[in-house]
Ligand binder design. Structure first.
Ligand code: UDX
Length: 474
């Protein structure tokens, strides 16, 4: 049978953790696989059904459907305890519950939707926070891949740490710098927070350990990045544990393609009025600020940014996502009122549209990888204000590897003073360094588009992945 004919019958199952930043890159990879003739199904948690897919007329007590279809992709839901009588009070408890309930529930969905039908499930792709999926795949003898959703640099660092390949800071030697192939020398402040001996987990977090333990069971490690961006570190892993870049997996509009082709989901409703406000701002003038979906800044941090913005007197668009929906923002009293001519504060915005708007000058970011990839593909320089996990290393990449901006000087508690924020804003908007960041941003924007275009590095990697799936399904 010709391989094109065979692809028509082959299915790939994507299994994603309940976070927008995990599901969207997965769906976008799924879209590429679809265009190459494979059938694609997404499995995610019941929580995502309730947050994203549940019709507005349904109640929390209604049963979750076994599957729905969105943009040509079938979506299955596995149990994470959502809606049960179990009380989940922390992220750790939630992770544990998914690890307990997920495997059985996903196995049963795989049986019903694939094994008991004539469909051929050729590959399962999971992402980091659901490492047990590799065991489920093995139990059905289905090859498994992982889509890594942070920079390849992070994959290399964790891999080397987990396998004791290099020296990292210890309680006895907490200030040592770390030298790894393909990366600049890393000071403790540049390392992922989980690797610091002082990290609150006390050791490598369980979910990361489990992930690297499961890596051995994976046939492919794919990454949401592109070769031209992280060439040295990717090449440094080639003979140890190769990683294939398939990104940037961002909305098509950021890559100059038709936005109607996008299949990403939105877990929060954006305040679209900020786009109209941006339309009235001068070109390259606005400081866009966002700390992603999880970070909640302290009142002291918010206050120092607020004062710097006021003092800079530059237009700003600031996303402050409240901890709970109706929380009052702990901004300095009168700030919003006093700066209403200068800027706008919103609880959530259409970030990918914002980043390509001509009024944007730069992006102050917590350095979440999705935000960074979106800024890179939009050609927007960045100010790094990292908080934890991969973010400190990502900030190091912005300043010392990608040359796309600066990282703020933080004190021991991660706090940044008003003067430092103000200095960074000025440096990013005017003067020779700002010019250089803009030049570098255009260069990488071009490279990102080339990577996903025909014959680009990511496109070729996706094609060879598909060819191997088709090959292994013989
Ligand atoms: C988490 C971790 O915090 C981060 O360190 C890791 O690299 C990825 O997973 P998150 O904090 O949500 O992610 O940040 P990020 O990866 O940047 O994703 C945020 C997403 O929300 C982006 O896709 C961004 O476009 C979107 N967003 C953000 C909006 O759509 N509107 C907003 O107002 C803010």
């Amino acid at each position: 049978m010709a391989s094109e004919d065979k692809r028509e019958e082959l299915h790939v199952l994507l299994v994603a953790f309940s976070a927008q930043g995990h599901i969207n890159p997965m769906l976008r990879l799924g879209k590429s696989l679809l265009t190459k003739g494979l059938h694609v199904t997404l499995a995610t948690t019941e929580l995502v059904y309730h947050r994203v897919f549940k019709p507005s007329t349904a109640t929390d007590d209604d049963t979750v459907p076994t599957s729905i279809t969105t943009n040509g992709i079938q979506v299955l839901f596995f149990s994470d305890g959502f809606g049960s009588s179990l009380k989940i009070t922390s992220a750790d408890e939630y992770m544990e519950l998914i690890g307990k309930l997920g495997p059985l529930s996903l196995s049963s969905a795989i049986k019903t939707h694939f094994l008991d039908t004539s469909k051929k499930l050729a590959c399962i792709i999971n992402n980091p926070f659901v490492p047990w999926v590799a065991d489920v795949a093995a139990s059905f003898k289905i090859p498994c891949a992982c889509l890594w959703i942070q920079p390849c640099a992070l994959y290399a660092i964790y891999y080397r740490f987990y396998n004791n390949l290099d020296q990292f800071p210890t309680l006895q030697n907490p200030n040592m710098s770390v030298h790894l192939p393909g990366l600049p020398s890393l000071q403790p402040r540049d390392l992922p927070s989980f690797l610091l001996p002082s990290n609150p987990f006390g050791s490598f977090p369980k979910v990361l350990s489990e992930m690297f333990q499961h890596m051995k069971k994976l046939k492919w490690v794919l990454a949401n990045s592109f070769h031209e961006l992280e060439k040295e570190v990717i090449d440094s892993m080639a003979n140890i544990c190769p990683i294939r870049t398939v990104g940037p997996l961002v909305p098509p509009s950021l890559l100059g393609q038709d936005q109607s082709e996008d299949i990403g989901i939105e877990m929060w409703k954006p305040q679209d009025s900020c786009m109209e406000w941006l339309d009235h701002q001068p070109r390259s003038s606005v400081i866009y600020i966002s700390f992603g979906s999880l970070i909640v800044l302290t009142a002291k941090q918010l206050e120092s940014i607020a004062s710097a913005l006021k003092r800079s007197n530059r237009p700003f668009l600031w996303v402050i996502k409240p901890k709970e929906k109706d929380d009052i923002l702990p901004l300095p009293q009168g700030f919003v009122e006093e700066t209403k001519e200068q800027g706008m504060v919103v609880p959530w915005c259409p970030q990918t549209k914002v980043l390509v708007h001509p009024a944007i000058a730069c992006f102050m970011t917590h350095c979440g990888w999705n935000s960074m990839l979106e800024a890179i593909t939009a050609g927007t320089p960045m100010i790094g204000y990292p908080q934890w996990t991969d973010q400190p290393t990502n900030a190091k990449l912005i300043s010392d590897v990608f040359g796309l901006g600066i990282r703020l000087e933080q004190d021991g508690e991660g706090f940044v003073g008003t003067e430092e924020v103000e200095r960074a804003i000025e440096e990013m908007v005017v003067g020779p360094r700002a010019e250089e960041f803009r030049r570098k941003a255009s260069e990488l924007k071009r490279a990102a588009r080339e990577a996903v275009a025909d014959c680009g590095s990511s496109e070729r990697n996706i094609q060879s992945f598909v060819d191997e799936i088709v090959g292994t399904s013989d």
